[in-house]
Design a protein around this ligand. Structure first.
Ligand SMILES: [Zn+2]
Length: 313
């Protein structure tokens, strides 16, 4: 019987998700585990919560792949006195390895933003701020506790024919998508097939993300021709507001916007805060498509126990 080790899976994850593309403040990559251990299966989540660890244990899966790194700012103590320590102890006790693809997944053209653009049926997509630009998102933008900061639910499904090809030169065919597969960076801008009234587009957005409510700048008198060009950045994307305006987008979809962020564009663009988890939730689908396609000799599951850290009541 063929065994794949954790190390072999990690090597492939590194090749595919390219940790070298992560931001300086990030801590993505192989975080916990022993490379020589046979991999019994993968559990995918956006955040590594205690419920996800319990799920991995009950399912017998010994590699957890997340978007937000469990260890982000560093751990000085690993004790049972706090959740972070208890989680690490439990993972090691049960022989569960941990891998994260975070801002590197944000920066890949088929990553967090590419799949969000795909879900919104955008075409002719481009990176909003390429990696070659001077200013990257600040660490202040991103400050998670155990996990991160910026950066989407998904169905367990095989990659569809129109999806970006993971890990290879990808040019979303047919209706567009990423036009330059070598381009990496933050955010994305693309076009809707036809202009849509702002209210109708926001309803579609809520439906796509499964979010009950959105925060948006006032819609009146803005964009009388409707929404055609859409900029987006899953997770904390306030730093890209100027880029979205410069790209002549009609609307910018991101998350974690502060009250006065809505004032900054002075009416030049509609700003939408659609939730951090909600705008990044499809990262789980990216992992699932890639891993299940590559490895058929062990189980790959998307967690059913992890939900957004923010609830709408
Ligand atoms: Zn995030």
């Amino acid at each position: 019987m063929e065994h794949t080790t954790i190390g072999q899976v990690v090597s492939w994850l590194d090749t595919t998700f390219r940790p070298e593309l992560q931001e300086d403040y990030d801590n993505a990559g192989f975080l916990i585990g022993q490379r020589q251990t046979p991999c019994t299966g993968v559990l995918i989540a956006l955040d590594l919560t205690p419920a996800v660890v319990d799920e991995a244990i009950s399912l017998g899966l010994n590699l957890i792949v997340t978007h937000h790194p469990l260890i982000f700012n560093g751990l000085k103590r690993i004790t049972s006195d706090n959740e972070a320590g208890r989680t690490v102890i439990s993972l090691i006790q049960h022989g569960i390895a941990v891998y994260a693809a975070h801002t590197n997944l944000d920066n890949l053209p088929w990553g967090v933003n590419g799949i969000l653009a795909e879900k919104l049926c955008l075409t002719d997509c481009h990176i909003l701020r390429s990696t070659h630009s001077s200013v990257s998102r600040s660490s202040a933008d991103s400050s998670p506790n155990l996990g991160e900061q910026r950066d989407s639910n998904s169905q367990q499904q095989k990659p569809s024919g129109s999806s970006p090809k993971l890990g290879e030169v990808d040019a979303r065919s047919a209706d567009g998508g990423v036009c330059n597969p070598d381009e990496t960076g933050a955010g994305m801008v693309g076009k809707l097939p036809h202009p849509i009234p702002a209210e109708a587009f926001l309803l579609k957005l809520k439906e796509t993300l499964g979010i009950p409510t959105l925060r948006t700048s006032p819609l009146e008198r803005r964009r009388p021709a409707g929404i055609r060009t859409v900029a987006l950045c899953g997770g904390s994307g306030a730093f890209l507001i100027p880029d979205a305006i410069a790209a002549h987008a009609d609307i910018y979809i991101t998350a974690d916007l502060k009250y006065h962020d809505f004032q900054r564009p002075e009416g030049r663009i509609i700003l939408v805060d659609a939730g951090h988890y909600e705008t990044e939730q499809f990262a789980k689908e990216i992992f699932y498509r890639a891993i299940s396609e590559k490895f058929s000799n062990f189980a790959c599951r998307i967690s059913t126990k992890q939900e957004s850290l923010v609830q709408y009541i």
